[in-house]
Design a protein around this ligand. Structure first.
Ligand code: SF4
Ligand code: SF4
Ligand code: SF4
Length: 302
């Protein structure tokens, strides 16, 4: 990864020096070995801080939202999942392609800094997983950037081993009551910190329904009913739009298996309205399936 780091630094310095970009978004090293964090380089000197290592796990595309109302030209490093996030933002008209210079890096799979921090804290009650690779990466079907201006490194094979929707099919095989009881139990521990929303590139509404107070659509309490309402609304907003980056589940402080909900939506959207994978292909003006209406759409439920 040292070679990739050197090439990223070189590219960022070139783009910043020539004025092709005003800001370059990548990662820098933090205090601990497992602490790699998003970084914004503004000049050639700062570009020397950029790194790419096994903890460059954050989906950087979400950070573009900080600049959506500006005019700066932005350089950004993307792995497969970050690049799908960029497609999400372009399709949602949150960003203009011509403000971006995208540097793609095929991803070998990342380690999860939060898991490592937890294991090192002495408070971990669970045994460390067999593989050091982050859970989201073990499910990754798209480690290679889907959109870029230049690519650094060799393309990688998908990291997912085994059947993609195995856990979803197991859930689908349960009765309605069993599924309800399962989700009631796992969602009852949600503390409504909204980390899953904040980290999500697809959660890009300027005014979020959960922040509104007049009217207040969803109660603020952390009881099962309000928690379920939060997750049902968020799920319906993600249908056809979730780019499967796994960031929401990764940052959840109470380990709620959010990807079970997201992958069920991904599977259903592909089956009912697809084949379709959100954020894999960028076509100007293209819309996700649930943002359009066709007369022959299935409507048995109405
Ligand atoms: S989800 Fe895929 S692209 Fe993203 S960090 Fe993991 S392996 Fe890399
Ligand atoms: S990150 Fe976890 S605890 Fe926080 S709101 Fe989302 S599901 Fe709930
Ligand atoms: S819902 Fe989760 S997996 Fe889907 S785009 Fe948002 S953060 Fe990524």
């Amino acid at each position: 990864m040292k070679e990739i780091t050197a090439k990223i630094q070189e590219t960022a310095a070139r783009l910043l020096e020539s004025g092709q970009v005003d800001i370059f978004i990548g990662w820098q090293k933090g205090e601990f070995e497992y602490n790699t964090k998003p970084f914004f380089a503004h000049n050639v000197e700062e570009a020397k801080n950029l790194v790419f290592d096994e903890y460059s796990i954050h989906n950087l595309s979400n950070y573009l939202l900080k600049f959506r109302d500006g005019h700066e030209k932005i350089g950004i490093v993307v792995k497969g999942c970050d690049s799908r996030g960029i497609v999400r933002l372009l399709q949602d008209n949150q960003f203009k392609r011509d403000r971006l210079y995208i540097v793609g890096v095929p991803c070998p799979g990342m380690k999860d800094p939060l898991k490592r921090m937890y294991e090192d804290s002495g408070f971990a009650v669970k045994k460390p997983a067999d593989s050091e690779m982050a859970e989201k990466c073990r499910h990754c079907i798209q480690p290679n950037p889907v959109i870029y201006d230049e690519l650094i490194g060799e393309e990688k094979p998908p990291l997912l081993k085994g059947e993609r929707f195995k856990e979803i099919k197991e859930l689908e095989a349960k009765s309605y009551d069993e599924r309800y009881a399962f989700f009631e139990k796992v969602l009852s521990t949600c503390i409504r910190c909204y980390a899953c929303r904040q980290v999500c590139v697809a959660c890009n509404c300027r005014t979020c329904i959960f922040d509104e107070t007049k009217p207040q659509w969803v109660g603020r309490e952390t009881n099962v009913s309000d928690n379920m309402m939060y997750h049902v609304v968020r799920a319906s907003h993600m249908a056809g739009r979730c780019i499967e980056c796994g960031e929401c589940e990764r940052v959840c402080p109470v380990d709620i298996p959010l990807m079970l909900i997201n992958r069920k939506l991904i599977k259903d959207v592909a089956e009912f309205f697809g084949p379709y994978e959100a954020g894999i292909v960028y076509e100007e003006g293209a819309k996700p399936p649930l943002s359009m209406y066709k007369e022959d759409d299935p409507d048995d439920f109405i």
